[in-house]
Write a protein that binds this ligand. Sequence first.
Ligand code: PMP
Length: 315
Amino acid sequence: MTGSPLAGARPPAVPESPADVGSVLEAVGDTPLLRIEGIRVKLEYLNPSGSIKARIATYMIERAEREGLLRPGDTIVEASSGNTGNAMSMVAAVKGYPMLVVMPRNVSTERAAISRAFGAEVRTTGDFHVNDALRTARELGAQPGYFAPQQFDSEWNVDENRCWLGPEILWQLPPGSLPDAVVGGVGTGGTIIGVGQAFRAVNPGCRVVAVEPNESCTLACGEIDKHLIEGISDGFVPGVFDRHRHEVDEIMAVDSADAIEQSRELGRRYGLFVGPSSGAHLLAAKRLRRARPELGEIVTFLADEGEKYLTEHFT
Ligand code: PMP
């Protein structure tokens, strides 16, 4: 019996359904954890859209969908000094939502251009810091047909870091070792607070250290001024940080110039091309190591990629 010439061949392909196609959001997370100069550094700049914020953007938008707060056709509106706006623009593009990012005028031209590249509308406000942008986003977000994730105030921001980024790092630490400290700059505070909660669940004595620019030490001394560490110290104390302030053990100040120099050094010595906040994080973590040699694993974040600062800091 010979049978049909097609016997044994695979059945004809069925056209792909949207569920088969997948999306770039599958590449969010699972970033490497390196050990540099005695510090564990999490390479969050490798996330799609180039920053740590790909995580909260994915998490907050998908949770809003699940909880019925975001419906097809709604516009997502978010105030952002850059990275969250870029990340939410990416997620909105994948999911087909119109996106409006409200940014303070001082953010790098690259940041605004990246959101536009994802099809988002970018509106800039006059303020150097994020305050004006926040007000605009909050007003729009209250209108029907809009959803405003509000990263600076939402507890979902902390939830993501406690449930996703924090546990991911715990898995990556060498077997048997526990984190003794987490160090990170405060934009919203979501990263250090949420990761700190995850770490304290396994090591209650884990130190949580906030980093801010020396030139604008808002958290430690109430000052608001210009500085060059984009993405942190946006000119106010965010609700997320304020509610969880008691979970923070220490606030360290880093000079903008030192942070930029350390970020350049990361590129030259290790091939890690990252922005100034990453330099500030590593500097603060190394300072903590010197001040408290008894600490074991100290964890920090390389939060965003250097490309976003090419014209500002790398030419
Ligand atoms: N570094 C950079 C480059 C950032 O964009 C941000 C967030 N704006 C942070 C650090 C701080 O993250 P968080 O908002 O979780 O405090």
